[in-house]
Design a protein around this ligand. Structure first.
Ligand SMILES: NC(=O)c1ccc[n+]([C@@H]2O[C@H](COP(=O)([O-])OP(=O)(O)OC[C@H]3O[C@@H](n4cnc5c(N)ncnc54)[C@H](O)[C@@H]3O)[C@@H](O)[C@H]2O)c1
Length: 459
């Protein structure tokens, strides 16, 4: 008989994993404590918004069902993925509160279950959590032994919201932290059957895998922040152009071109919290993750720094339109979004702020409350604006033309991602970007002062 899978936690990641596994021909039982999520899946609908999820669940509903009963799901499956929240706690660590509760439920089910069962923790946790925080719960509650009666792996996913299904089925690699050889081999062969590509599998101890997971995210954010640092420097050298610099930099194979744009900072539910958690963990083990701390500090300071640079170009009392309020295009998530931070900073210093986002209007309205007016149409937003800030490289904004802006009252466009350079640069509207100099003369004067020596001076 084919392996049956259960997925505990039908949220943004878990629901997509459950549907993706079902789409590969396996029976999947989803478990959630949220009745609405369970009912949605059983009715053939997506419990959360994610690209392609609704279609996938509808197409494979004969192989996917959901329940609120952990016991029943564990009893009727062979492998269980645990994908519950691990929210940041007041120390900046990832809380094990939900995972511990789920492991207790799984432990009760294992107590009664005959035969071997593999438990896979997918939720992001800090080093030591699986072995010292969660494994003891399974052993104590079930009265059984890991490595004998059941297996345990820590195997996080490297997915981006908006492409969770594609990323899960086609990862660059899979990462397995294993209790023992048997648990790791079973999960490796599971991935070989489920995934669409032949991704290499890296197997290691729980602790190394826990560190590797958070290392990936914190490295990427460090790279983004490095490019943003260069963008700042480009704004201060004559003819400075971040795209010219990063194009060369990214061609070096040791570096690579991805996440090297030079623009606004990173945001969303994952990246910002990971640097904080790594910093917490380093302190907890008597050292300091200074690169993670600095990356976080620079990223948090960026919106205020950008507004400080732009402020002199906006006339007092101007209405500023922030286009792009989600943390990235094709997303409705506004958590730690740079567009939201820019809007709040501008409102705090007295500008009237209006905003538009193709998907995130509802959540942006809650986030911005009385600080900005979130409008339902891009046209209405542009109608009210004297200054336009493009905060995400959404295709909707890429299609804006000079006429769209000129025919209205728009005086200045701040193009953070340089998506309208060809269309707007050199025309009557003032065009400002991140990472390009807007005051060559002043920068030149500064460099002359820096480098003109007695030997090459005429005087
Ligand atoms: N969303 C991402 O982009 C992403 C990426 C990589 C890793 N992760 C990690 O995956 C984990 C889950 O993230 P998410 O974004 O899917 O969370 P989420 O909040 O969208 O979903 C979690 C789901 O778990 C359910 N749940 C909570 N406790 C439960 C329990 N005891 N039994 C059954 N269901 C329970 C909740 O009702 C919810 O539906 C987190 O650790 C997160 O860090 C998420």
């Amino acid at each position: 008989m084919d392996t049956v899978y259960s997925v505990v936690g039908l949220g943004k990641l878990g629901a997509s994993m459950a549907a993706a596994i079902a789409s590969r021909g396996f029976q999947v039982i989803g478990v959630d404590i949220n009745r609405r999520a369970v009912e949605a899946v059983n009715a053939g609908h997506a419990p959360v918004r994610e690209t392609g999820l609704e279609e996938l669940i509808t197409a494979h509903k004969q192989r996917l069902r959901a329940t609120m009963d952990h016991y029943e799901a564990i009893a009727n499956s062979d492998v269980t993925f645990v994908v519950v929240p691990t929210p940041s706690d007041e120390r900046g660590a990832f809380s094990l509160q939900y995972a511990a509760w789920a492991f207790r439920k799984i432990g009760y089910a294992l107590k009664e279950k005959k035969g071997y069962h593999l438990v896979v923790l997918t939720s992001t946790v800090l080093p030591g959590s699986t072995r010292y925080g969660l494994l003891p719960i399974l052993e104590k509650v079930s009265g059984k032994r890991c490595g004998v009666d059941f297996g345990l792996c820590y195997s996080p996913e490297f997915i981006a919201l908006g492409s969770v299904i594609r990323d899960f089925l086609n990862p660059d690699f899979t990462l397995i932290g294993e209790y023992d050889e048997k648990s790791g081999s079973l999960l490796e062969s599971t991935y070989a059957r489920i995934l669409e590509n032949n991704a290499p599998c890296y197997r290691m101890s729980f602790e190394n895998a826990e560190l590797a997971k958070i290392a990936v995210n914190t490295f990427v954010t460090m790279k983004i922040t490095f490019a943003n640092m260069l963008a700042d420097l480009c704004e201060r050298i004559p003819g400075g152009n971040i795209d010219a610099v990063t194009q060369a930099l990214g061609a070096d194979q040791r570096i690579g071109p991805k996440y090297l744009k030079g623009s606004l900072g990173y945001g969303g539910p994952c990246f910002p919290r990971d640097n904080i958690a790594l910093s917490f963990f380093a302190r907890a083990v008597d050292t300091a993750a200074e690169l993670a701390e600095t990356t976080d500090r620079i990223n948090r300071a960026l919106p205020a720094k950008i507004v400080e640079r732009l402020k002199p170009f906006f006339h007092k009392g101007a209405t500023v339109a922030v286009l792009g309020l989600a943390y990235k295009p094709f997303s409705h998530v506004v958590e730690e979004s740079q567009g939201i931070y820019l809007a709040k900073t501008l409102a705090d210093i007295g500008f009237r702020v209006v905003g538009y986002d193709p998907l995130a209007a509802e959540s942006a309205r809650i986030e911005l409350r009385d600080q900005a007016v979130v409008l339902d149409s891009l046209e209405e937003c542009l109608n009210q604006a004297e200054v336009v800030i493009i905060a995400t490289p959404d295709p909707v904004f890429r299609r804006l033309t000079l006429a769209d802006l000129q025919d209205r009252n728009v005086e200045t466009v701040v193009d953070c991602w340089r998506i309208l350079e060809k269309e707007l640069k050199g025309h009557s509207i003032r065009y400002i970007t991140i990472g390009q100099n807007i005051n060559d003369e002043e920068s030149q004067a500064r460099l002359i002062k820096l480098w003109l020596t007695d030997a090459n001076s005429d005087t």
